[in-house]
Design a protein around this ligand. Structure first.
Ligand code: 7TS
Length: 417
């Protein structure tokens, strides 16, 4: 479950110190202090991460896995040490950790290699109605190419997964379940350990979209028992273009390559080739070494602050945010139970279009996201065209949530609602 620490009793974060690590938070927007409430889209970056990337380029930059020279060896060591560090962050075997650009690429890898190539015509993949497009479209593509079926777990009124028919959905011919750990729209945190246990009882593999969970709570592949875990480094204080897929190494062994080219091969002949060992079989071409190094530095940073304390801090912020939104008369979507609520909250202000809400808030320096959040099927399920969404991270304060409340009052004034 999501909650391990009660926010009321958890040691609080030293926000002044944390905020000093994020230079961008000193910015003004339109003459107002920046209130950044869009970390679910991407997080801001601390100097520790920027310094790690900078140091890599200043001191150790060279191509990896091919040099005989000192810099090539240093870069390779840094890259491979980053793999071990990032795998440690999710309590996983580093041999299963493939560096990719983001969650989207990770999920495309699983869909394009595992589902498209190893599943049989007529097999079924189960998804849910709260998935981001990046956990829908790759499976649609694989299903079309390989003749697979898709089925969907529905939602309850309060934005949780409707699991009453899970057993039926996991029955043959289902082979794989891919779902999000935390909804980027509703904030719902799904009980992955329990769902995975059910799936495995049926010999169904589980692919977890950890884009919104790995940055915010302790995620252990061993405790959750999942078979694949996709996540984005850029949402967890890491560089843009950093991310990873973790898969059980024995699955990576069985999966055919996703991209072909340099580094992923053992022996190349004119007509055929053999593959490198895993995970290298899935890292074709020159990798983004600096981003991997930066992502490892982000893991160090988050562990130093303490991911459990970050989670508790966010829960305090979300509790306050829901109170503020309720008081402002906004419609709040998603569960009310904080134990299953992560740091993203979607809302609408009367019938004001969320883009207008976002624009007024932006004038006050408040950055929220407005739109369908890459979840068009979920918007249809909620029967809204779009929502506004505020999302928090370790650097946000209760005062910023108060500012959001004042911003919504301004939206009401402007639109007379
Ligand atoms: N899965 C979830 C649950 C997400 O929230 C996102 C990005 C992705 C996958 C894709 O991540 P990417 O790094 O590959 O882009 N979500 C959002 C969002 O909510 N606003 O901007 C991006």
């Amino acid at each position: 479950m999501a909650t391990t620490i009660d926010p009321a009793t958890a040691p609080s974060l030293d926000l002044e110190r944390i905020r000093a690590d994020f230079p961008i938070l000193d910015r003004e927007v339109g003459g107002n202090p920046l209130t950044y409430l869009d970390s679910a889209a991407t997080s801001q970056k601390p100097i520790q991460v920027m310094d790690a990337v900078d140091r890599y380029y200043r001191r150790s930059n060279a191509n990896v896995h091919r040099g005989v020279h000192q810099l090539g060896n240093e870069a390779t060591d840094r890259f491979e040490a980053s793999r071990v560090r990032v795998a440690g962050f999710i309590d996983a075997d580093p041999q299963g950790l493939v560096f990719v650009r983001n969650t989207t690429e990770a999920l495309n890898l699983v869909a394009g290699s595992y589902a498209r190539e190893l599943l049989q015509k007529g097999d079924r993949i189960v998804l849910t109605l709260m998935e981001h497009h990046s956990n829908l479209v790759p499976w649609q593509l694989a299903a079309e190419r390989a003749g697979l079926q898709l089925a969907f777990i529905g939602l309850t009124e309060d934005g949780r997964l409707e699991l009453s028919n899970l057993d039926e959905l996991l029955a043959p011919p289902t082979r794989l379940l891919s779902l999000t750990h935390q909804s980027n729209v509703l904030g719902t945190v799904n009980d992955i350990a329990a769902i995975t246990a059910e799936a495995h009882r049926r010999d169904v593999l589980v692919c977890l979209d950890g884009a919104q969970s790995v940055p915010h709570m302790r995620v252990s592949t061993r405790e959750l028992g999942v078979d694949f875990l996709a996540f984005s480094g850029h949402k967890m204080c890491g560089p843009m273009g950093s991310g990873a897929l973790w898969a059980r190494p024995e699955l990576l062994e069985r999966m055919p390559p996703f991209l072909g080219g340099g580094s992923m091969i053992a022996k190349v002949e004119l007509e055929r080739s053999t593959w490198n060992t895993v995970p290298h079989k899935f890292e074709a071409g020159t990798p983004d070494v600096a981003s991997a190094v930066g992502l490892a530095a982000a893991c160090d940073y988050l562990d130093e602050v303490g991911i459990e304390r970050i989670h508790a801090h966010e829960q305090g912020l979300v509790r306050h945010m829901i109170d503020v939104l309720d008081e402002s008369g906004a419609t709040v979507y998603g569960p009310r139970d904080l134990a299953i609520h992560g740091g993203a909250v979607s809302f609408n202000v009367a019938d004001v279009h969320p883009h207008d809400t976002g624009t007024i808030l932006d004038r006050l320096g408040i950055a929220v996201r407005a739109g369908h959040h890459c979840c068009q099927p979920l918007m249809r399920e909620l029967d809204v065209p779009a929502t506004a969404r505020a999302s928090v991270y370790l650097y946000n304060t209760h005062e910023e949530i108060d500012r959001l409340g004042e911003g919504i009052a301004e939206v009401r004034r402007v639109f007379r609602v």
